[in-house]
Design a protein around this ligand. Structure first.
Ligand code: HEM
Length: 500
């Protein structure tokens, strides 16, 4: 029998087993599963879920079925939550039951010891979050603002020097360099640093591998019963070897720098095992880079496609900062419009459109619109931010880019909430760092440049213009960065570091 047929038969046998388990569970309760599309026998909805842009498919289902949806993915139940209230009810109020992570089969080969805490629960997640608490207290107190300011300043200088060429990859450089400086004391001012290139390359590989539909064993886990050197095992082992080597090198760099780095905090805070520390800081660093890059690239796309707000943002920056210096973190409280632009970018095109799924650890019943729904133990639960942030009941004209929706007159509206960073016990621990990076970059770019479309290029904002994987940056596009005045161009690198 050839390998393909063996794979399919092994997969179907295990699907049949999981289908019987599912039937018994759901028939034991009077409540029904949330509604959802009809699937095929055994495989359920597996073949309806697209390989790319899953979030858009999930959003459409949430809109069609009224907010909450269930899918049968070859025996495992997916629950989709498409409104803010539902996501908060499940992932925050019931966080004791809904804070586990499903293990994508491919993770077992990327990280057999389960240290990559973003993808697992248990001890390493506990340790990771504890260590992060301390680090982020420092970020909130302003400890990283000097280096974040420096990175944004470097970005403006590099875009000016290169006349806008390469701006798209510049966003990668600035996000990665800010994180590598804070984590390992390794600034990357040229973008040519081998560690930076390696980290960006491995991020691309990782994001591709953990997109649920891109690896065959993620979709048909039972295939993993097959013994031998399967392609996913070989790839996982090789990826892990390269990652460990890179992060060992970065760890050595952090030690040699003698700086107060995140790597040093992790090592001091969890000295039980050097290997654990290396992978804890590894996942923390990579969770930070791709997301922030995507966010900055989407911000530039918003400038090109929905430019009507830019004049108002620049008028506020000009009134507060003027032409003779660049914005600093000390201006933040006086620049609510910039804050609103950051919030609107996070809403308009989210970097992680369907969050990272949680998994339930006990059966539950949820009442919604007068009906009781059963959520079986082990369900894989997605808060579908792509639906939540475009919910017409919460946002007027949700497809438009309108920073004003977060303002009340000149002030920020109170009660801001976003699904972009997830929910409950697993909410993104990097929010203080992420929002500072975005704020200073947006403020400096709007101060320095008018951003235009390139002649003879077409632009769009539909899915075809985005990568459509687990993180969802726009595909590369050109943009013209015109200095707003000769005076600004002259002042740019004389700007003092304002984060002191
Ligand atoms: C625009 C930037 C960012 C976005 C949109 C973002 C979004 C997210 C989302 C949606 C989650 C999943 C939350 C959940 O499961 O409910 C997450 C988790 C995580 N993020 Fe971020 N993130 C960003 C930046 C960062 C930064 C700067 C760091 C670190 C400095 C970071 C570290 C992490 C880690 C370690 C996790 C896993 C947490 C856990 O599983 O307990 N992220 N992020």
């Amino acid at each position: 029998m050839n390998l393909d047929r063996k794979l399919v038969l092994a997969g179907l046998a295990a699907l049949a087993a999981s289908w019987f388990v599912r039937k018994r569970r759901s028939s034991g309760s009077v409540a029904v599963l949330p509604p959802g599309p009809k699937g095929l026998p055994l495989v359920g909805n597996v073949f309806q879920v697209p390989g790319k842009h899953m979030a858009t498919y999930f959003r459409r289902l949430c809109e069609k079925y009224g907010g909450m949806v269930s899918l049968n993915m070859a025996g495992s139940t997916f629950i989709l939550l498409g409104t803010m209230d539902l996501a908060k009810e499940v992932m925050e109020k019931r966080s004791t039951k809904f804070s586990d992570r499903p293990t994508l089969p491919i993770y077992r080969y990327i990280d057999p010891d389960q240290i990559y805490w973003a993808f697992f629960s248990g001890r390493t997640q506990f340790v990771g979050r504890k260590l992060t608490g301390g680090i982020m207290a420092g970020v909130r107190a302003g400890e990283t603002e000097a280096l974040q300011h420096f990175e944004a300043l470097t970005t403006v200088n590099r875009i000016l020097d290169n006349r806008g060429r390469g701006w798209f990859h510049e966003m990668e450089r600035t996000s990665a360099s800010a994180v590598l400086s804070a984590a390992f004391g390794l600034g990357c001012p040229t973008g040519e640093e081998p560690e930076l290139k390696q980290i960006i390359r491995s991020l691309t590989e990782l994001v591709h591998a953990v997109t649920p539909s891109t690896s065959i064993i993620n979709m048909l886990p039972s295939l993993d019963l097959l013994p031998g050197p399967m392609p996913w095992r070989k790839w996982g082992a090789e990826f892990r070897r390269r990652e460990d080597e890179l992060f060992d090198k970065l760890g050595d760099h952090a030690k040699a720098s003698g700086m107060n780095t995140w790597a040093a905090s992790f090592a001091n805070g969890d000295s039980k095992s050097g290997r654990d520390t290396r992978r804890l800081i590894n996942i923390f660093s990579i969770a930070a880079i791709d997301t922030t890059t995507a966010q900055m690239q989407s911000f530039v796309l918003a400038c090109l496609l929905h430019p009507s707000w830019i004049g108002r943002a620049q008028a506020q920056i000009d009134a507060v900062v003027g032409e003779d210096r660049m914005p600093t973190f000390q201006d933040r409280a006086q620049l609510p419009y910039v804050e609103a632009v950051v919030r609107e970018t996070l809403r308009w095109r989210l970097p992680v459109r369907m969050g990272i799924p949680h998994q339930s650890t006990a059966d539950d019943i949820l009442e919604y619109k007068g009906q009781e729904y059963f959520i079986p133990k082990g369900s894989i639960v997605y808060a579908v931010s792509w639906a939540i942030e475009h919910d017409e009941n919460c946002y007027e004209n949700p497809e438009e880019f309108l920073p004003e929706r977060f303002l009340e007159g000149q002030k920020l509206k109170s009660g801001y909430e976003t699904s972009a960073f997830g929910f409950g016990r697993r909410v993104c621990p990097g929010v203080p760092f992420a929002e500072r990076s975005m704020w200073i970059n947006v403020a400096m770019i709007l101060w320095a440049f008018d951003i235009h479309k390139s002649a003879h290029c077409s632009y769009g904002e539909s899915d075809t213009e985005f990568k459509g994987e687990f993180t969802n940056p726009p595909l590369e596009f050109p943009a013209v960065f015109a200095p707003r005045s000769a005076r600004r161009e002259e002042k740019r690198d004389k700007s003092e570091n304002g984060a002191a």
